[in-house]
Design a protein around this ligand. Structure first.
Ligand SMILES: [Zn+2]
Length: 157
């Protein structure tokens, strides 16, 4: 982000050209990293978008801080009946897409699900196999496959 001085042309006259590469680097470097993160997580995001389509029926899809968030009664049914947890899940993340039962579930789980988004950005298409391996690892250590999963432990911190 730039302060208002960056918009004032009188302050930019006579600026040394030797400063320009550093400025260009600062402006574009974060964008390149962001594109990489989205691309790396894209397979999971694609699956999430397909599921998010269920929110078109009496639900809502919105974009919050670069993350697609979807909720509605069809997703509530999926999360309560098809997630192998007692009582189901309030929300679930697929890459840069979060699906939830309703608005309250989206808001209540946002901080937790954002950690999972960061995990997808690190692991990309390997995240789901790694997550399942985390549950097996927890079971082998006689811990709960969900609460003992290292990815969940990080997200609940
Ligand atoms: Zn979680």
């Amino acid at each position: 982000m730039n302060g208002p001085r960056a918009c004032d042309p009188s302050l930019q006259r006579g600026g040394g050209t030797s400063q320009q590469p550093a400025v260009v680097f600062r402006l574009y470097y974060p964008d390149v990293i962001a594109i990489d993160r989205y691309a790396w997580a894209a397979p999971a995001s694609a699956a999430g978008l397909a599921l998010a389509g269920l929110a078109l029926w009496r639900g809502r899809i919105s974009l919050v801080d670069g993350i697609v968030e979807a909720q509605g009664p069809a997703l509530a049914w999926v999360l309560s009946h098809l997630v192998p947890l007692r009582g189901g899940a309030a929300a679930m993340t697929f890459g840069h897409v979060v699906i939830a039962r309703d608005v309250e579930c989206l808001e209540g789980s946002r901080a937790h699900e954002r950690v999972h988004v960061r995990q997808y950005e690190r692991w990309g298409p390997l995240f789901i196999p790694a997550y399942l391996a985390g549950s097996v690892w927890a079971l082998l250590r006689k811990r709960h496959p969900y609460f003992g999963n290292p990815f969940e432990i990080e997200a609940f911190r």
